[in-house]
Unconditional design. Structure first.
Length: 293
């Protein structure tokens, strides 16, 4: 083995701390060294590897840095294990997620996380969108809304555009071939409601229409259920384009307009202050941001 290629552990610790805390000052406090020492260790590590690991402006990870960070955290976690106690090697991470997001966006990518971090036992718990709590305690919580969230630190992990959709059969039934950007077209349709999840007013205002939020009609508290209802012919749903890509790609739903408009709501990962000091929590946050980027 060429030991000369193995970076010093103090450089790896500095890199991991800065990547997690996004601050040289905070990393220095955690490592009990000066900020200049942390900066020097980062430069030493980058020089030895021959790549830039951190952006100089906000200490965000470069593409190479994100890939290397996963290896660094695995290596440091392995070094922390006591010989003869391998049974305690895995750490548990509990993440509260909303149903449709987890099915459509998280689960298809989750194998990548498992391969990158085999020492993390991941537990997913179902949470209700827009409710600022989960039925069981969780280390990280996926929340849907505008933010900020009381008592939580957070990072926005996905924004999206919305557009109206319906089934091909309902398109013909309601005679909506001419578009869905006028009061006349909207009046002909049954609007599927999701309450405050995706209010119809977002679409009305994008079309320059001063219409009130629908007060009647079928309503669901899950975006995926609303799209499945549209497939079944219940009417027109307001769909998030990234979240609902499978419904469109399969032909189960069709767009009623070429127009789309930003949703006022976003997906955020939230945690109690201090949670990201645990390497497994910081690793999941970094991984999900990159996976959805």
């Amino acid at each position: 083995m060429n030991y000369a290629r193995i970076p010093p552990v103090h450089c790896l610790l500095a890199f991991e701390a800065v990547a997690r805390l996004r601050s040289v000052t905070l990393a220095a406090e955690e490592l009990h060294v000066t900020p200049s020492a942390v900066s020097h260790r980062i430069r030493q590590l980058e020089s030895q590897l021959g790549v830039a690991l951190l952006e100089r402006g906000d200490f965000g990870l470069t593409i190479e840095g994100a890939g290397y960070l996963a290896h660094v955290r695995q290596g440091l976690a392995s070094l922390a294990q006591v010989p003869g106690h391998e049974g305690t090697r895995a750490v548990r991470l509990r993440v509260a997620v909303t149903p449709t997001f987890s099915r459509q966006l998280l689960l298809p990518r989750l194998a990548l996380f498992r391969h990158a971090y085999p020492d993390i036992d991941l537990t997913l718990q179902v949470a209700v969108p827009m409710i600022e709590s989960s039925p069981e305690p969780a280390d990280l919580e996926l929340r849907f809304g505008t933010g900020p969230f009381a008592g939580r630190e957070s990072v926005r992990i996905q924004s999206d555009q919305v557009t109206p959709v319906c089934s091909p059969a309902y398109l013909q039934e309601a005679e909506l071939d001419g578009g869905f950007e006028s009061e006349a077209a909207i009046a002909r349709a049954r609007l599927i409601r999701t309450g405050s999840l995706e209010p119809w007013r977002t679409w009305f205002l994008a079309c320059g229409l001063d219409l009130p939020e629908p007060a009647g009609g079928t309503q669901f508290n899950d975006l995926g259920l609303a799209l499945d209802a549209a497939v079944a012919g219940f009417g027109v749903a307001l769909m998030r384009l990234k979240l609902g890509a499978d419904w469109l790609d399969s032909g189960r739903l069709v767009r009623l307009s070429a127009r789309s408009t930003p949703s006022p709501h976003h997906y955020h990962l939230c945690w109690k202050p201090g949670t990201l000091e645990r390497w497994e929590c910081a690793a999941f946050v970094d991984w999900l941001r990159l996976a959805l980027g």
